[in-house]
Design a protein around this ligand. Sequence first.
Ligand code: FES
Ligand code: FES
Length: 182
Amino acid sequence: MSDKTHETGTDQIIKPSAEIFGPGTISMVLNVNGILQSIEMEPRTTLAEALRTSLKLTGTKVACNHGACSACTVWLDDLPVAACGILAIEVVSRKITTIEGLGDADHLHPVQKSFIEHDAIQCGFCTPGMVMSCAALLARNPHLGVEEVETAISGHLCRCGTYPHVVQAMLSLSAEQEADHG
Ligand code: FES
Ligand code: FES
């Protein structure tokens, strides 16, 4: 990418030659839960909004919409991120995983099962985001202690106060998996 520079008297005007998108809708393709999905949205659309409105993946919740509560957590290339703080257009070439891609009612992810077994859910609004962060933690570190779990969920706000149950759910799951694998 090069910039075009024009001299006008003593002023120097820099005109970037980068492609300009919008403000109207544009086409983009997102790789969500292993499926390439074509959507038409304004370039200013956040990933959270694109998932919920265009793709009807409403398991991803939006609470603060300002990157402060982590309710909207999804995975970007297997790492948890706040989907309200990213534009959809920024992640067209990335792998996106939502709570719908982690498990469903008939095939719950082990973290989802453990949350249910340990009563780690009240209203459930923070739960999909919390599960996404906990599942990512377990994938990268199967041997969990209290500190690891607390750090992983430290950015998640739960108004119902489920934190001790979430920690118990994850410690118990980690212990179970360690026992299973000897
Ligand atoms: S809704 Fe995205 S961080 Fe709160
Ligand atoms: S379960 Fe209600 S906000 Fe966490």
